[in-house]
Design a protein around this ligand. Sequence first.
Ligand code: BG6
Ligand code: MG
Length: 221
Amino acid sequence: QVQAFIFDLDGVITDSAEHHYLAWKQLGQELHIPFDREFNEQLKGVSRMDSLERILALGNRQHDFTAEEKEALATKKNEHYKELIKGITEADILPGITELLADIRKHGLKVGLASASKNAFVVIDRLGVGEHFHYIVDAAKVAKGKPDPEIFLKAADALGVPYENCIGVEDAEAGIEAIKAAGMFAVGVGTPESMAKADYVVSGTSELRYNEIIARFQQTK
Ligand code: BG6
Ligand code: MG
């Protein structure tokens, strides 16, 4: 019996995964560490500092900076990111999401947000979708990032729903792993290759349909 949906934010509710990519790319250029979208798949869902470590490792420069310098680099990326999300409005909610949130509400299920982003509250506010969420996990209070299940477990606990009755929706490999490790049903938005571990995969958010997701969940029971 499905009781709750727990959503990722960046790349699921809005296209801010693209803004994260562009902001990291800009920092990568400044550090002379170029990378492409394929490498970026590994950064999705991953915390700011862990993402920086992965980019530095790619350029073999992980030992070139002190902890303070790394903090400054991460802050620089965040400044690029904040600039990019300045103009986000309701119009940037991805297709199908408003309808899905309305259907979930109509059926009386709980809705949580499990985003690794410390900018999540600002983005949700700019999108004007805050009222749809019963609980938003504060990324600053999560000790272990995705693929660890902690953030999804925290959301389910706050919603008061058993893990096996939750459906997680993600666009990141690390996110799908986190949902599965939490014992939840995983819906992946992306390519079948990148979403290989998901229980149900759609290629875009416009294909996220309430009835279809529930039917897929029930097939696994
Ligand atoms: C995740 C994104 O939602 O949040 C990652 O998928 C990002 O790309 C992470 O690095 C942390 O975000 P922020 O806004 O705290 O730097
Ligand atoms: Mg995401």
